[in-house]
Design a protein around this ligand. Structure first.
Ligand code: AR6
Length: 179
């Protein structure tokens, strides 16, 4: 599914983010940047050790913020590592932290002159964020960013399974209806 926002596009695809050919792919990391399960494990496996070497030098990243490293052996030139919130019922500022994780990643892409970026569904795996709510925050943040900044031309959401893809598609249709 694809929607146009001014000169740019937001695209939903189902697949493995390590195969994306955008300028940067985003990693759903942890605050120690030490690798882990899920998309984090997949990115380090596919990208090779140069990514972890840079993560070690950087040292860490608080929830809601983002850092950038090489893409190593990936097709993407860069990996933007962001840290989403651990979902604890929704009353611990999780929504704002999730929004901030997306926004920090987009700002970092802009400041490096990047034109395209691919996101996974941050926090919706190990960190247990409810999928529909996380999808709405992700998509709203991306749409708002594209409406306010013309520099990033392509934002892709690479959803690993059918359920995540369908949920993002439903939320995107809902948000388009609001525009
Ligand atoms: N491509 C795209 N999406 C993927 C892939 C992939 N190759 N693999 C998994 N997903 P998670 P979190 C989806 O758990 O919830 C790690 O251990 C997955 O289906 O990767 O932010 C880190 O080190 C889910 O929808 O990230 C942290 O400790 C989404 O990616 C912690 O997990 C996010 O799931 C972060 O947890």
């Amino acid at each position: 599914m694809e929607v146009r926002i001014h000169q740019g596009t937001i695209t939903l695809v189902q697949g493995d983010i390590t195969e994306e050919e955008t300028d940067a792919i985003v990693n759903a990391a942890n605050s120690r940047l030490m690798g882990g399960a899920g998309v984090d494990g997949a990115i380090h496996r596919a990208g090779g050790p140069s990514i972890m070497a840079e993560c070690r030098k950087i040292g860490g990243c608080p929830a809601g913020q983002a850092v950038i490293t090489t893409g190593g052996n990936l097709k993407a030139r860069y990996v933007i590592h962001t840290v989403g919130p651990v979902y604890q019922g929704g009353t611990k500022g999780e929504a704002e932290l999730l929004r901030s994780a997306y926004l920090s990643s987009l700002r970092l892409a802009s400041s490096h002159g990047l034109k395209s970026i691919a996101f996974p569904a941050i926090s919706t795996g190990v960190y247990s964020y409810p999928l529909a709510e996380a999808a709405r925050i992700a998509l709203k943040t991306a749409i708002d960013y594209m409406q306010e900044h013309g520099d990033i031309e392509k934002i892709r959401f690479c959803l690993f399974d059918r359920r995540a893809y369908e949920t993002f598609a439903e939320e995107l249709r809902g948000l388009q209806g609001d525009r």
